[in-house]
Design a protein around this ligand. Structure first.
Ligand code: ATP
Ligand code: MG
Length: 492
């Protein structure tokens, strides 16, 4: 009893492997950490309880604990446990084992767009590269060999398989930043900390656990994660510790071996989690403005152009307001300059407008999105947004009626709105379409008549307003689709 008490105060020494510091287990009570338990999601609480009732250890872990300590409501919850993925799966009605490199369980609550996933990971064992299976040479052979391996690394130390379970202290040491390596038991409200995460959180330091160089080598994606957390937490005053920041630029080359799909996903996390502008600032500050991923290079290069800047700002604002954002929208904005250039060149060569635009889009996809060619839906959505743009000029006959009914109208319209914001088209054009999309059929006819009678294009919006407000009709259900807006009435 006394021993336990002393350990709680001073920390319990952890298991040891040569040369690795697993830290000391320190249990911090609610009176000290001050986490508000009401910020813990009901479903995460349910997962922890179910696991604990099943006789396992279970904690909220990672970024959720970091955010809780900072008084923020976490956007997603991860749970760590000593139960194996199979044991976790057996306890829940809708649980799925996913991942090969890193097997985890998704426990799913609710259905459709409202569904919520709690990620449950089993405590990982200390990673001893010398004991791991070394994978070299031809990638095809490696993949088939890999399937049967629990723990494998390549010749540069990059971890290819990571499915060996171990005790909590080893799991903590495997995590990236000290502030991401704390465990919170919502039942007892104790916080478990092995690496001084709470102290770093109080001092606003982002510190990689262990030797940063070795940790970036194990998983080069941590380079991008460092940028993301530095950006996300910069408004709160967080800074990367110097030993953590220093090797970033020189180790960038390691990203070349990371699968493109993982890099693409990490790029989207930089750009679509509400900190796009801050991430770009960090990339520039840390000397990482080029070389992470080709499309990201383009984003950084163009971040100061009015259109891309407006798109990035808009994305950050929308995420801040908990509105949906779509990668297709942002990428369509980023590559619009190329599409326009190719389109203008073809128009100058007397290619008719629509084929000219089609050809230009094909060319841009070939040049810029070749590496995400598997993402057919993304490309199709981008194309649709672009192809809609010249159609916004046609405001007579039946064209506006059919355009407004298109499933992706809202995304195309938001794109038009951004173009108007940077004076690429008349603001009144965007206003007209906004009114048209909200109006009932009779008012829509009026708006079309108005275009016909207008002599000076550009004064339409004002004229429309000076007549009478078009009758509104209920927003079309399609407008709630996955556009950058997803809402019936644009608030740009
Ligand atoms: P966010 O708030 O953006 O979700 P997060 O810290 O929760 O940030 P996740 O990607 O959700 O990040 O990962 C959850 C936790 O898993 C992290 O906090 C960290 O402890 C661990 N983790 C995730 N990716 C890595 C990695 N590449 N290397 C080491 N630990 C990782
Ligand atoms: Mg998370």
């Amino acid at each position: 009893m006394i021993k336990k008490f002393i350990q709680k105060i001073l920390g319990k020494p952890s298991s040891s492997h040569a040369g690795t510091d697993f830290g000391k287990r320190v249990e911090i009570p609610a009176s000290v950490h001050g986490i508000d338990p009401s910020l813990v999601d009901e479903r995460a609480l349910n997962v922890v309880r179910t696991l604990q009732d099943g006789g396992y250890e279970a904690y909220v872990v990672g970024g959720a604990v970091r955010d809780l300590l900072l008084g923020l409501r976490p956007k997603d919850f991860d749970v760590a446990t000593d139960a194996t993925p199979e044991e976790v799966k057996a306890l829940f009605r809708r649980a799925f084992i996913i991942g090969r490199r890193f097997r985890i369980v998704h426990v799913v609550y609710g259905r459709g767009r409202e569904h919520e996933v709690i990620e449950v990971s089993t405590f990982r064992a200390h990673l001893d590269n010398r004991a791991a299976e070394q994978v070299k040479g031809n990638e095809r052979t490696s993949k088939s060999e890999l399937a049967g391996m629990k723990h494998a690394v390549d010749s540069s130390g990059r971890v290819l398989r990571d499915n060996v379970w171990g005790p909590q202290d080893e799991d903590a040491t495997r995590r990236d930043f000290t502030v991401n390596a704390m465990y919170y038991d919502p039942e007892s409200q104790y916080l478990v900390d092995y690496h001084g995460g709470m102290k770093d959180s109080n001092q606003k330091i982002l510190r990689m656990i262990g030797d940063p160089v070795a940790r970036y080598r194990e998983d080069p994606v941590r380079i991008i994660r460092a940028v993301r957390f530095a950006a996300k937490l910069s408004p709160l005053g967080f800074k990367l510790e110097s030993k953590t920041a220093k090797p970033l630029a020189t180790m960038l080359g390691l990203l070349a071996d990371v699968p493109q799909s993982r890099l693409f996903d990490e790029m989207l996390k930089l750009l679509q989690t509400g900190h796009a502008l801050a991430s770009i600032e960090q990339l520039q500050k840390l000397g990482l403005q080029k070389g992470i991923y080709p499309l990201l290079d383009v984003v950084v290069e163009r971040a100061d152009t009015p259109f891309v800047k407006a798109a990035l700002l808009d994305t950050d604002r929308r995420v801040g307001e908990s509105k949906p954002v779509a990668p297709s929208f942002l990428l369509a904005c980023v590559l619009w300059a190329d599409v326009k250039l190719g389109w203008d060149q073809r128009l100058a060569n007397r290619t008719p407008p629509f084929p000219a635009l089609q050809e230009s889009i094909d060319e841009v996809f070939d040049a810029r999105i070749g590496d995400v060619s598997g993402r057919g839906k993304l490309a199709a959505d981008m194309r649709e947004i672009w192809m809609m743009q010249p159609r916004f000029d046609k405001r007579i006959g039946s064209t506006p009626f059919s355009l407004v009914e298109q499933a992706r109208f809202r995304a195309g319209f938001d794109f038009l709105r951004l173009r108007a914001e940077v004076s690429e088209v008349e603001v009144t054009l965007a206003d007209w379409w906004q009114e048209f999309s909200m109006a009932d059929d009779a008012a829509r006819e009026d708006l079309i008549q108005l275009v016909k009678s207008e002599k000076t294009p550009g004064s339409l919006g004002g004229a429309a307003k000076s007549r009478r407000a078009p009758r509104r009709r209920k927003p079309a259900s399609h407008s709630a689709g996955a556009s950058n807006s997803g809402e019936p009435s644009s608030d740009h």
